[in-house]
Write a new protein. Structure first.
Length: 708
């Protein structure tokens, strides 16, 4: 027994050490999601800002923040960045510990040398996991909340020789409830385990109804423990305990009353779903995750699953019992069913690879376990097959994979921020006007400041969903409103400065605001901000020394009056701004704004025809442009757009009211959809939503947004 325990501890140690070394090698990932909502969520966990901010980080502002407590605490403790990365990677390595324990339960003991060998290989195959490698040492919680999912599965395995079945089922439910409470996308795994319970508990002799009841009770307890308080805050402030989800049921006035969903990785047919394991071997971006992370294990797993199920049926027909010592095939069959149900639910709900991380670990364990069950004492042949797969997987990693969104050196701190004194010393309302929010400033500005993001997944205006909360903030902070935006490249050039400053006014026009040109704008810098050519020359060396204090004259925009002149440079400007790969490392500018009722009136007048045309497009193409009736954002005198979060597409109106439809995630050429007048005055639909498509326009704007 001591030898077994020491061997298990050695596997645990090696797994954690490998994960920590990989995290150091991969580098610090100061990705857009961290800047958008990870850091803000950690602050929200310690100091709830539900009543203070509104949509500060978009809808992600209201996700359960408690999974981000540890990363936030480590960052605020000012620990060296590499230490934070090692701590996170060590905790995340617990997934591999559980994978090894699962393998110990699933691989039959035909011969001790073979089963020990197989369990190590299974753990290794679980580690050859590009999704895991992309998140080790980062602030993503997909990999952290995978721990209770895999732990719940381990506790649910049947053990005929042991007592305490009810207690183990209760713990399994508790862990699944905790995983779901921390991240709602994990609910699919809780349901999958419920479906697999009858098989997993077959050999224990427990009644299925009793086992399911105990499991569900444990799940409810776990969910309430980690999400009950947060849900009560959401219900009290936003009339929806799981805001922003299922708002069609709860009807909060802060969002449209439709079910929140996201179609970044849509599955269009059963055939496409069946071919997904093969598609996931592609090195292209956007197949099942934002990064290029080809993975051959799923294609191999589905082949081994077919063989395993066929073998089970054959053995049943022949009356053969292949059960090995201290193992039973029902456990392997139940775990296989758990995987298949979870995989199916994942394809139906999102097909986003980050939301199936537990399955990505389990895939490696199942391949080896199924082969060992099929080949028995001839397991050495399975070892050869797995070795070939491992070689292919490693070769793919080396040639095709990208494991970080924004990999960089670890540096000293996780994130060093220079904040203008005026922003720290007095409270303000920060109106965010970038698609990916700037909520990362929240821990660094005055604690009584408020943030609101008025563009992005849910654009806000003075009418419609969210308008009540927006107006309350504008009234409470009248006289201390700042508009924030990332500074575009070459903004110090006169033409670019003029375009950028005009853009700020158009972005906030519908809110009844305008930039106060009599006051200076302030700049926020981060340590990762690149010293690009738009940085004023006297603060070029951003990383070498802190920028000068605010208000010393190093930056001031001469803001011109808005103009209605049609300019082709607008289109080129926005194209270069959004497509700039360094855009998300740009400094952040905050400009003071004044209330101006005339601005809102001008917006309503100048946007009326555009709104009517876009409404008609939504009615004609509801599957593409959802949710409908979005606020129309304005970027210039001749540029309007609507973003559809459910499908990750954007409608853009520019120039002489030309309309283009763009998939903002997969990019590619925009599709020409006619003009505003075509949609308002023609009895024939200018753009067929099904069937043929017009050829993409060569002059259409190509916008690019960072993956969310």
């Amino acid at each position: 027994m001591n030898k077994v325990r020491s061997g298990t501890l050695l596997v645990f140690f090696a797994s954690s050490l490998g994960c920590m070394i990989w995290a150091l090698y991969a580098g610090k990932d100061l990705n857009s999601d961290f800047l958008h909502y990870h850091l803000y969520a950690g602050l929200n966990a310690w100091h709830s800002r539900i009543g203070q901010d509104f949509m500060a980080a978009g809808s992600q502002s209201y996700f359960n923040p408690y999974a981000f407590v540890l990363p936030y605490a480590l960052i605020q403790a000012n620990l060296p960045a590499w230490v934070i990365g090692l701590i996170l990677a060590f905790i995340q390595s617990i997934n591999l510990w559980i994978c090894y324990l699962l393998a110990c339960r699933l691989i039959p003991e035909y011969q001790k040398s073979y089963h020990a060998y197989g369990r190590l290989i299974a753990c290794g195959m679980a580690a050859l996991n590009p999704l895991m490698l992309s998140q080790l040492g980062t602030t993503y919680i997909d990999i952290t909340t995978s721990i209770p999912v895999l732990g719940g599965l381990l506790f649910a395995l049947g053990e005929p020789q042991r007592q305490g079945h009810d207690r183990r089922l209760l713990i399994a439910g508790l862990l699944m409830g905790i995983a779901t409470g921390l991240k709602l996308s994990n609910a699919i795994f809780g349901l999958s385990l419920l479906v697999a319970l009858p098989i997993l508990q077959w050999q224990t002799g427990r009644a299925v109804a009793r086992a399911a009841t105990i499991y569900v009770a444990g799940g409810a307890i776990g969910f309430i423990l980690v999400d009950g308080y947060w849900a009560s805050l959401l219900a009290r402030n936003l009339q929806n305990p799981i805001f922003p989800f299922f708002n069609g049921i709860f009807g909060s006035d802060a969002l449209p009353t439709i079910a929140a969903r996201h179609g970044r990785f849509p599955i269009h047919s059963i055939w496409e779903a069946l071919l997904m394991p093969i598609a996931m071997t592609s090195p292209a971006k956007g197949v099942y995750t934002e990064l290029p992370l080809p993975d051959w294990r799923y294609a191999i797993l589905f082949l081994s699953t077919i063989a395993f199920v066929s073998g089970l049926l054959w053995n049943k027909c022949k009356g053969v019992n292949p059960r090995g010592e201290n193992n039973n095939p029902e456990n392997l069959a139940g775990v296989t069913l758990f995987f298949l149900v979870g995989w199916s639910l994942w394809l139906i709900t999102s097909a986003n690879g980050r939301y199936m991380l537990p399955l990505s670990y389990l895939a490696g364990v199942l391949i080896v376990s199924q082969l060992s069950n099929l080949l028995g004492s001839r397991f050495r042949f399975a070892g050869y097959l797995v070795a070939i797969l491992a070689l292919v997987q490693l070769t793919t990693f080396n040639t095709s994979s990208s494991f970080r969104f924004a990999s960089g050196p670890w540096g000293n701190k996780w994130m060093t921020v220079w904040v203008p004194n005026s922003m720290k010393n007095s409270p303000h309302l920060f109106v965010e006007t970038d698609l990916v929010s700037n909520a990362w400033i929240a821990p660094y500005v005055h604690p009584d400041s408020s943030l609101v993001q008025v563009v992005g997944q849910q654009a806000l205006g003075l009418n419609g969903p969210g308008s009540k909360q927006l107006k309350q903030l504008l009234t409470a902070h009248a006289g201390s409103i700042y508009v924030t935006a990332k500074i575009p490249r070459n903004a110090t050039q006169p033409e670019k400065t003029k375009i950028f400053s005009e853009s700020l006014n158009f972005r906030i026009q519908r809110l009844g605001l305008r930039i106060d040109s009599s006051k200076r704008c302030e700049i926020f810098f981060r340590e990762d901000t690149l010293p690009l050519d738009y940085i004023p020359k006297n603060i070029e060396n951003v990383s070498g020394s802190p920028p000068p204090k605010a208000g010393d004259g190093t930056w001031a925009l001469n803001l011109p009056d808005r103009t209605n002149k049609v300019r082709s440079s607008w289109l080129k400007y926005f194209d270069s701004l959004i497509a700039d790969p360094f855009f998300f490392k740009s400094p952040l500018i905050a400009c003071p704004a004044l209330r101006d009722a005339k601005a809102a009136t001008a917006y309503a007048t100048e946007t009326a025809n555009v709104d009517a045309a876009l409404d008609r497009i939504e009615q004609a193409c509801p599957a593409i442009f959802a949710p409908a009736k979005q606020i129309t954002e304005r970027g210039s005198a001749t540029l309007w757009s609507r973003y559809y979060s459910a499908t990750d597409v954007r409608l853009t109106v520019y120039g002489e009211k030309n309309i283009h439809y763009l998939d903002t995630y997969r990019l590619g050429p925009a599709k020409e959809m006619g003009t505003v007048s075509d949609w308002l005055n023609s009895d024939i639909q200018p753009y067929p939503c099904e069937g043929s498509r017009k050829e993409p326009s060569a002059t259409a704007p190509v916008e690019q947004e960072d993956p969310n």
